[in-house]
Design a protein around this ligand. Structure first.
Ligand SMILES: N[C@@H](CCC(=O)N[C@@H](CS)C(=O)NCC(=O)O)C(=O)O
Length: 220
């Protein structure tokens, strides 16, 4: 019995949704935590994930799983087919490195709690807050473009010709950036790979704007 706490707009939930769909794993229950209404901060969810962020996953009433990278690695270990990590340690290190640029460095600069802190506690004007978010998304995309354009390991996807966790994270990065009107034009290799990923049905159908409750389009 798999229960997933997520929300259409959440990029971290999107990452796990892509991994689940690529592996053909369907959660038995989806629980919407409406980030736009601040539901992640309510006591009922805080009891599940003290960090008050999604996604969170409960399998067979076991202890809650949190952090999209940890959840994706768990899925990789429990559902090895199709593999989402290369078989060699150096390849895995590269895939995890590319992933962490998105997950550890760029995405946290754009999440609601960080934006709210900039606006409400540090009293930054909205435009300044948005400039901060865009700056960090562009920094990450620039680094990703440089790696992907110059590394011989890059193929149709981030690492060779099959989808890995790096592609999941790159697609999440690209879609998340688009919510803040940061486009991929300056990053042609990133764009090429994201476009290739979007041809993969399991990825395309995971898109935030294709989930129940999502609007037709969005910007911050
Ligand atoms: N590093 C975490 C990020 C989790 C996270 O920040 N999730 C966002 C949605 S994408 C969230 O729930 N934010 C709530 C908030 O910032 O208040 C992961 O990859 O799971």
């Amino acid at each position: 019995m798999m229960k997933m706490f997520s929300f259409w707009r959440s990029i971290a939930s999107f990452r796990v949704r892509m991994a689940l769909n690529l592996k053909g794993v369907v959660p038995d229950e989806l629980v919407d935590i409406d980030l736009l209404k601040g539901k992640q901060r309510e006591d009922s969810f805080r009891a599940i994930n003290p960090q008050m962020v999604i996604p969170a996953l409960i399998i067979d009433n076991g202890p809650v799983m949190y952090q999209s990278m940890a959840i994706m690695e768990y899925l990789e270990e429990t559902h090895p087919k199709p593999p989402l990590l290369p078989s060699d340690p150096r390849g895995r290190a590269r895939v995890r490195g590319l992933s962490q640029i998105c997950v550890s460095d760029a995405h946290p600069m754009s999440v609601p709690r960080v934006r709210n802190y900039l606006l409400n506690d540090l009293k930054l004007p909205n435009d300044t807050m948005l400039a901060w978010v865009k700056h960090w998304q562009n920094e990450a995309l620039r680094a990703l473009e440089t790696h992907l354009a110059r590394d011989k390991e890059t193929g149709r996807y981030c690492h060779g010709d099959s989808v890995t966790i790096a592609d999941i994270c790159l697609v999440g990065q690209a879609v998340g950036s688009s919510f803040f009107e940061v486009g991929l034009q300056p990053y042609p290799t990133v764009k090429r790979i994201v476009d290739a990923c979007m041809q993969v049905e399991a990825i395309a159908k995971s898109h935030p704007l294709k989930q129940p409750g999502a609007p037709a389009s969005i910007s911050h």
